[in-house]
Design a protein. Structure first.
Lengths: 201, 255
């Protein structure tokens, strides 16, 4: 069972739809007990960094999530803003991030002809072997929507890279903790494969 | 590199998909769920659904159909038609759509755009501008599926929509819609030059070349089309189709 954390940010329906299609049991919840007993966690998210962190910190979920990720070491996947929350900080806000991965989140630098948000389909380049990204389809492409990007401090934590004006980390991993900047739930068979890999961990 | 998005626009009329010509005279295309299942198999970049009678009939969005659609689709989805309240937008996002298209209600209540973009993010709000060209070549903004004239000039309205927080603009030429005659390149260009947010060209695409023209000649960030992706050819039967990735690379590769 995959527990999809509902902390009031983002459309969770589409993530659930894709797990349904994969026949993977998944549940959307904000219930502290359910989350405390979860076996695998998906942290979605669309919206502003501080809103998300405040919501996690103020709802009492922070301690439970820290315990699951750091002490129990259950598998966690952060998607889009959910991946940025895994980092230490973001130029989008003042709040500290969860800090589970040694990385930070930055604003795309202004550049001529470069549209921000980075919105649309783009390709990824695997930089390291990871269970999350194993056996990706040839010419895999993924749907991105974001104005901020993640950069890891230690290249060992980068598993996919993507180019949009600059090259950034489009998927990251620190042991049991994974992040994907794109929306696998909106990326056809390419994203479905990645979520299946996560379900099989 | 970021790909140019190629977006089929599908028109809902009651429980069916239809295709119009110049916002009138519609042809039945098929059942929404069957059609989107095919588009899903074709791995389209994105889909936009427009309920073309919701606003005119003063009707709320048909959430049941939208939920059925979202269950079949694993790509970005946009919906427009009759969205007037924050709660309606929220329900549509929860179903699994990530973009809401606002047209008539933006004219009536411009702050609605800000309200949505503040809460759901700019990327979730597409402002739609329908434009009719007069006999003398003058452009006017239209609402209520083209029936009402709004008292603002298209480029000024586009700039205002950007200020209000729209994340994208879809610009539709009513006169070209459904005619296979190509986009109104001049119109698209005036809008792309007026704003810095992505502009989606819509209305009139009749061949793949038209798609790349909108990007190369008019500066569109994405292209949308109806007839081209639901008919075999002009005046021929229904055939759901979509350019392959290779065809798209050839079209847009050097942009």
């Amino acid at each position: 069972m995959i527990t999809i954390i509902d902390y009031g940010m983002g459309n969770l329906g589409s993530v659930l739809n894709m797990f349904k299609r994969l026949n993977v049991p998944a549940k959307i919840t904000s219930d502290a007990d359910l989350i405390a007993n979860s076996k695998k966690i998906l942290l979605p998210g669309v919206g502003a960094f501080d809103n998300a962190m405040n919501s996690i910190n103020n709802s009492g979920l922070r301690e439970i999530l820290d315990h699951k990720a750091i002490v129990e070491r259950v598998h966690v996947l952060g998607i889009c803003l959910g991946m940025q929350l895994l980092t230490r900080s973001s130029e989008e806000g003042e709040c500290a991030g969860l800090g589970w991965v040694q990385a930070s989140t930055y604003k795309f630098p202004p550049a001529a002809g470069l549209k921000v948000p980075h919105m649309g389909w783009n390709v990824v380049k695997p930089t390291r072997r990871s269970e999350l990204t194993k056996e990706l389809f040839d010419k895999s492409r993924f749907y991105f929507v974001h104005s901020y990007y993640v950069k890891v401090e230690n290249e060992n934590n980068s598993i996919l890279k993507t180019h949009h004006g600059i090259t950034f980390d489009s998927a990251i991993q620190n042991q049991n903790i994974y992040g994907a900047q794109f929306h696998p739930e909106k990326s056809h068979k390419f994203g479905m494969h990645l979520l299946k890999n996560f379900a099989n961990l | 590199m970021l790909r140019t998005r190629v977006i089929p626009t599908l028109l809902l009329r009651n429980e069916s998909l239809v295709k119009t010509i110049k916002f009138g005279k519609y042809v039945y295309i098929g059942d929404p769920c069957n059609t989107v299942r095919i588009f899903n198999e074709l791995e389209v970049d994105e889909l936009i659904f427009l309920d073309i009678t919701a606003t005119v009939e003063g009707r709320a969005p048909n959430l049941e159909i939208l939920a059925d659609i979202a269950n079949e689709c694993f790509m970005p989805l946009g919906y427009g038609g009759g969205v007037k309240t924050f709660e309606q937008a929220k329900s549509i996002f929860q179903i699994g759509f990530e973009k809401i298209v606002i047209n008539s209600h933006a004219i009536e209540n411009p702050v609605f755009i800000s309200e949505l973009s503040k809460h759901f993010g700019n990327q979730a709000v597409i402002a739609s501008i329908d434009v009719r060209k007069s006999f003398f070549g003058h452009y006017s903004v239209r609402t209520y599926s083209g029936k009402k004239k709004a008292d603002i000039e298209p480029t000024l309205w586009a700039r205002r929509l950007e200020e209000l927080g729209a994340g994208e603009i879809i610009i539709t030429s009513i006169g070209n819609e459904g005619t296979w005659s190509g986009y109104d390149i001049d119109l698209v260009k005036t809008i792309t030059e007026a704003v810095s947010i992505p502009v989606v060209a819509h209305g009139g695409a009749g061949c793949l070349q038209d798609l790349s023209d909108a990007v190369k000649l008019a500066g569109a960030s994405a292209v949308a089309a109806g007839s081209l992706f639901v008919f075999q050819k002009k005046d021929m039967g229904v055939l759901i189709n979509y350019p392959t990735q290779d065809e798209q690379e050839n079209l847009f590769g050097d942009i």
